[in-house]
Design a protein around this ligand. Structure first.
Ligand code: ZN
Length: 459
């Protein structure tokens, strides 16, 4: 069968390829689910089977944004504990989260996905680690929500098994058993993981954090992931308190502790990685371990400023993450492009701080690297998957900014005229095409209220 083609012309293009190639005016041709060509000027003449031709005048085309760290369920617990640091914030919210059920998790996933997709995210991830007993098929509900929306997706199947009685932070009623968590994770991989180049769903093994999981769960989780050939994800080096916890309990800092349990390697990415010394950064670089940088959440919880320029200089793969929306109520990735740049310029090494183009790279190619998908997504190049965004830059918000990449990164969140995943539109003219955004807004409010009522009845 002949390919059906979409031709996009007359737009600025930032390819985010290895040379950061940009075209002030160029074209992208999509054939079925792949990018067929990208280049300057108009598309080649005489293309057959063109089903759609888009005039991109006044727009910038980029790779779709890739989110590398999130907790979708938090969409229905936004705006709580707004003045807390991480550990106090977690302790305040764990009892509420332990009352989640499948319907709530589905609604929260739809809300989180919708917010990101309408802001140019084409690949999403969810680190879900709260599985209350009897709460239903939460992983299936989340994966179904991503499938309905048409977003490319990694579910990091999380877990917690170190309750308070074992010296951990979460209450005992919010954790799973070691064997239960491992068995459920393996079943999720067997049911849902697709290893192929154009996969829409992948699974990662993702015990929550050093202070909420046992050493055995880290060790056996890493073994499970490597036996199954899937990636590994967790939180690391987020706060000073975590560092103290690891030193007191294990006699090691977080990076050394995680390395001792098998958690450094080219198949691992970790969220935050703020409190790292030069030796920690060297260990990440030596092993190819990736980082999900979440600047808004880090600021919201007062966690600190990650050493992103130093990580990049050492060769560590770095992507961006929204993090859960209980610590980043905005829930969209544009803010992270902007804040990654701004926050790092407030850090101790201003002379090496990020550029606008580096920020765009973190949100696209860097994210693809840490999710292990850089062969297929993260840049606009012939042969890659057709995940791309056409940002409108000719309205009041951006029309007077000369540089389109600076407009996108430093300006207000740009309207999305078109977002393609696998060559299929998920956003047109700033509206989601696959789901009803207003219905999702109503549903998430209803479920947030239901959770609040369940919490007040039982606390
Ligand atoms: Zn997180």
């Amino acid at each position: 069968m002949a390919a059906s083609r979409i031709v996009i012309e007359n737009c600025a293009i930032a390819t985010v390829d290895a040379h950061d190639t940009e075209y002030p005016t160029g074209h992208v041709v999509v054939a079925d689910h792949l990018i067929e060509s990208v280049g300057p000027g108009r598309a080649p003449a005489g293309l057959a089977d063109v089903v759609r031709r888009i005039d991109g005048t006044g727009h910038l085309a980029t790779p779709g944004l890739v989110n590398t760290h999130h907790h979708f369920y938090q969409w229905i617990t936004r705006g709580l504990a707004t003045d807390h640091h991480l550990f106090d914030w977690l302790v305040a919210l764990y009892p509420t989260w332990a009352r989640l059920d499948e319907q709530m998790v589905r609604a929260a996933a739809r809300g989180s996905l919708a917010m990101m997709a309408r802001g140019g995210v084409t690949t999403a991830m969810d680190h879900h680690y709260v599985y209350p007993r009897g709460s239903g098929d939460l992983s299936g509900a989340i994966i179904g929500a991503a499938g309905d929306m048409g977003v490319r997706f990694t579910l990091a199947r999380g877990s917690m098994d170190r309750g308070r009685s074992d010296g951990g932070l979460p209450p005992d009623f919010a954790v799973e058993t070691l064997d239960g968590a491992l068995a459920a994770t393996e079943e999720t991989i067997d049911t849902h993981h697709d290893p192929s180049f154009d996969a829409m769903t992948q699974i990662a093994v993702a015990p929550c954090s050093p202070f909420s999981v046992s050493t055995q769960l880290l060790r056996q989780g890493a073994e499970l992931a490597r036996r199954k050939g899937v990636r590994l994800h967790t939180h690391g080096s987020e706060t000073v308190e975590e560092e103290q916890f690891c030193r007191e309990l294990f006699g090691l800092g977080p990076t050394d502790y995680l390395e001792s349990t098998g958690w450094l390697g080219p198949d691992v990415w970790m969220a935050h990685c703020i409190h790292m010394d030069d030796a920690d950064i060297a260990a990440f670089a030596r092993t190819g371990t990736g980082v999900a940088h979440c600047p808004s959440s880090n600021a919201r919880l007062g966690a600190g400023i990650a050493r992103v320029p130093d990580l990049l200089a050492a060769g560590v793969p770095v992507g961006l993450g929204v993090d859960g929306t209980a610590s980043n109520e905005a829930g969209e990735l544009h803010t992270e492009l902007r804040n990654a740049l701004l926050v790092n310029r407030l850090g101790p090494r201003r002379e090496a701080a990020l550029t606008a183009r580096q920020a765009l790279r973190l949100g696209t190619y860097g994210g693809a690297q840490v999710l292990g998908r850089a062969d297929g997504i993260g840049s606009l190049e012939a042969g890659k998957l057709a995940d791309l965004v056409l940002w409108r830059l000719d309205t009041l918000a951006h029309a007077s900014i000369a540089d389109p990449v600076a407009a996108l990164v430093l300006g207000a969140a740009a309207p999305v005229t078109l977002s393609l995943v696998n060559g299929r539109p998920i956003v047109e003219d700033n509206r989601l095409t696959t789901v009803d955004e207003d219905a999702i807004a109503r549903e998430t409010r209803t479920e947030a209220q239901r959770l609040a009522r369940a919490d007040s009845r039982t606390s």
